[in-house]
Structure formats: C-alpha cells, structure tokens
Design a protein around this ligand. Sequence first.
Ligand code: MLC
Ligand code: AMP
Length: 429
Amino acid sequence: MSDVSLEGDDLAGAVGAVAQRVRGLRRIAVVATPTLETVVAIAGAVEAGVTVVTINPQAGETERAYVLQDSAPDLILDQIDLTARAALPAQPAPAAGAADLPGGPGGDESPALVIYTSGTTGPPKGAVIPRRAIAANIDALADAWAWTPEDVLGHALPLFHVHGLVLGTLGPLRLGSALHHTGRFAPTPGGTLYFAVPTMWSRVPEPAAFSSARLLVSGSAALPVPVFERLVALAGQRVAERYGLTETLINTAARADGERRPGLVGAPLQGVEVRVTGTDEFGPVEVRGPNVFSGYLGNPAATAAALAPDGWFATGDLGLFEPDGQLRIVGRQNTDLIKSGGYKIGAGEIENALLAHPAVAETAVIGVPDDDLGQRIVAFVVPHETVDAAVLVDHVATTLAPHKRPREVRFVTSLPRNPLGKVQKKLLT
Ligand code: MLC
Ligand code: AMP
C-alpha cells in the first residue's frame, strides 16, 4: 500500500467532492481496496446518503458478477484518483433491476451499506445495514472502549467487511480519531488502539511492540487462549474480545475498564439485548437492538428465516452466559459455515464452484481446525479425470476469491453417504 494520508479540511474536501458527484444516485458499488481512495469513496457516499455495496477487490469473475447482478448498482467505483477529483471514473452499471432495499428512502432507517456474507448453501446474501445501526453501534463501542478523538487506531483489515469498514473506518470518521491502515498488520507510531482478527494476533512476531497501546481488540472469530496468554506474557496486554456478525455489527464486547478474560467475548453493548435460548447448558444466541440489520437484499425468505417480527435475530452461534454476565461462544449450529482467518465461508459455495470444474464429479467441503487460520478449508473430491490439486485451488481462488480457496484437496473414490444419498460430512477425515 502506498504511504498516503489526508486529514482535516483536505479529507473533508475529498469526501465532499465524492458526495457531490454521487448525490441523487440510489446505490453504488465500491471495489474496496485497502486504500485511502476507498475510505474517501465510501465516506462520500455515506455523506450523500447513497447506499454502498462493497466488493472484494480480489473477487473472481463469478463472485463479482453475482454481487453486481444481485445488487444492481447505479455506478461502480473501481478506483478514484484523489488528485483529479473532478472526474470519477465510472464503469457502466449492469442493467438488471434488483428488488428494492428494505428500509425507507431517507432518515436513519435508510440503508448505508450492503455487505455480502456467505450462507450455508447457495451464493452470498447482501446484508442491508441501515445508518441507524452503524451510528448506534459505533457510539456503543466508544462507550465500551473509552474511544476518543485522541486515539490513534491501527489496523490492517480488509475494507469490504464489517470489521475493517464499520469499526475500522466509519468508527474513526464518526468519532474523530486518527486511523493508520498499516497494509500488513504491525504496530504504528503513536498507536493507542488496535483491531485485528485472531490470525493476525497469533502471527505478531514481536508482541512487545504493542505494549504501549491503550487497548488491543480481537474479533471476527474466537481468539485461542494461548494467543491471549502470549500477548499477556510478552506485551503485558490482556486483549479485549468482542463478538459480532455482518447482520448485527457488534453485540458484546469486553470493556476497557472491565475484566478481560480469555475465551469470553464480553457483555452486551449499551442498548443491545442478547439471549441464549433453549434449556441446555449452552444454546442458540439471539440478538435484538438498534445494531441489527434491516434484512437481506431482495431476499425476504432468508430475512424471515433469521429475523423474527419482534426483532430477535438468530445468529446461528451457540453460547452461554458466565455468572459475571460475559458471553462465551462455544460453537455454531451449522458446521457448513467455515471461519477461516476471520472470513465466513459457506461450504456449499465452494462445492458449487468446484462442481463447475469439468474434472470434478462429486465434492464435499469441510472446515478443519487450524492453528493459524482457526479453520482451514479442505475439499474432498471425486474426480472424473486426473487433475492437479493446484488447478482446483486456483479455480476457486480465481472464480470466487483467494480466501475461499481450499488449503487442501483430498482425492477420494467416493463420498460417505447415508441411505438417502446425503453426504455424511462427519465421516470425512
Ligand atoms: C495465495 N494467494 C493466491 C493464491 N494463493 N491468490 C490467488 N490464487 C491462489 N491460488 C495470495 C492471496 O491473494 C494473498 O495475496 C496471499 O496469497 C496470501 O493469501 P492468504 O494465504 O489467503 O492470506 P493469509 O495471509 O492467510 O491471510 C490471513 C489474513 C486474512 C488474516 C491476513 O485472512 C484476513 O485479512 N482476514 C481478515 C478477515 C476479516 O476482516 N473478517 C471480518 C469479517 S466481519 P496478497 O497480495 O493479498 O497478500 C465479521 C464480523 C465481526 O466477522 O465480528 O467482525
Ligand atoms: P461474519 O458473518 O463474517 O460477520 O461472521 C460472523 C460470525 O463470526 C459469528 O456468527 C461468529 O460465529 C463469529 N465471531 C465473530 N466474533 C467472534 C468472537 N469474538 N468469538 C467467536 N466467534 C466470533
């Protein structure tokens, strides 16, 4: 990443110029490279009240085409040149007409972002995040983490997902603190606050370099206890975990002024209700509050399946409350959702991509525990013909996205099936 920065009136000017250009449009797509251009483009659209659909800059043809067809933006911002603000290069948008966004045309319920997130089967769904959710969530996080304009936030997160975009970009813009996007995750001069996924925390080569920070935060996947302990031992820092989803933003967080215990993701944020249902020791986690999304773009059936009319959203996670009121996440209801490097990846989406390759007759994809990534994607493949594993890995990386590629392909002669023909993934090892 190039070493560029903007602040004060210059930043406001660049954002204002984008706002002026996009005002009046309904929805734009931004190819969210980890650059200042992306920050300015998204902030400009937010200022103008235009909905932003984020696109992974590494998305392959199939994934990118799907997202554009499903969201039907009026304009695609692939890159904007901050030095030539007058002209925003635009690609013609696809003609398809997507169903309207949930949420009204204006005000706090109006949709700010559409972020695509994987389901267990089929293509990803566009989660519609209203302005109200973003504002409420950032303010609740400011309360939990005592986040002020004096903070200098450091992170290296991708800008097309909630963690890097809502918390890591709109957070500093709303609260007035500095943001240093470090490209690769590393300490930054004057850094007081850091956000990262567990894989980034686990890879930190010299934890002592973070010892002067005020608060280290981990989220998007479970932080392994040994990683927490290593940062205590070598940086003198107890990492604050927080728990969220694309659909709900952040639900619970360990507080800056509270106890931070390994394996616990904190108590519900201000204004957020979290409940564990069922009668067992742990059960399904549900969430209600101003942080919850409006629904999936053009997909009322999927919305109704997850979001009850009384506002409770079923997260799909399993958890329990500790006696001190902090939540512990113990797993997921559906193992076809894989968390790898903090990215959520649906097994069905990978299976469909692999089945589209002529050498693949049958396939089943699972997530297996991995010290670095939390889980890694493993594809079991019954081939039609001889094919290199690397060819199939590249096929997924280039049609979907690199982070969705299997890290391992195991060729087998058949898949274990029950008498009804359903693949029994539990028997795959
Ligand atoms: C490797 N590469 C390939 C490839 N093999 N590219 C194409 N084809 C192939 N076959 C490239 C990659 O593009 C990448 O390039 C480089 O090799 C390394 O790839 P990788 O191994 O996939 O990356 P890795 O180093 O493992 O990434 C780890 C990581 C990443 C932690 C940096 O997983 C990450 O950024 N995670 C963040 C996910 C996140 O933000 N989740 C939040 C979701 S919101 P290059 O050039 O890029 O290096 C959410 C809600 C909440 O969950 O609670 O927050
Ligand atoms: P996504 O759909 O990418 O937003 O991912 C949301 C999922 O990430 C949640 O449903 C959880 O399974 C997981 N997750 C996020 N934060 C945490 C955390 N701190 N601990 C455990 N799991 C988490």
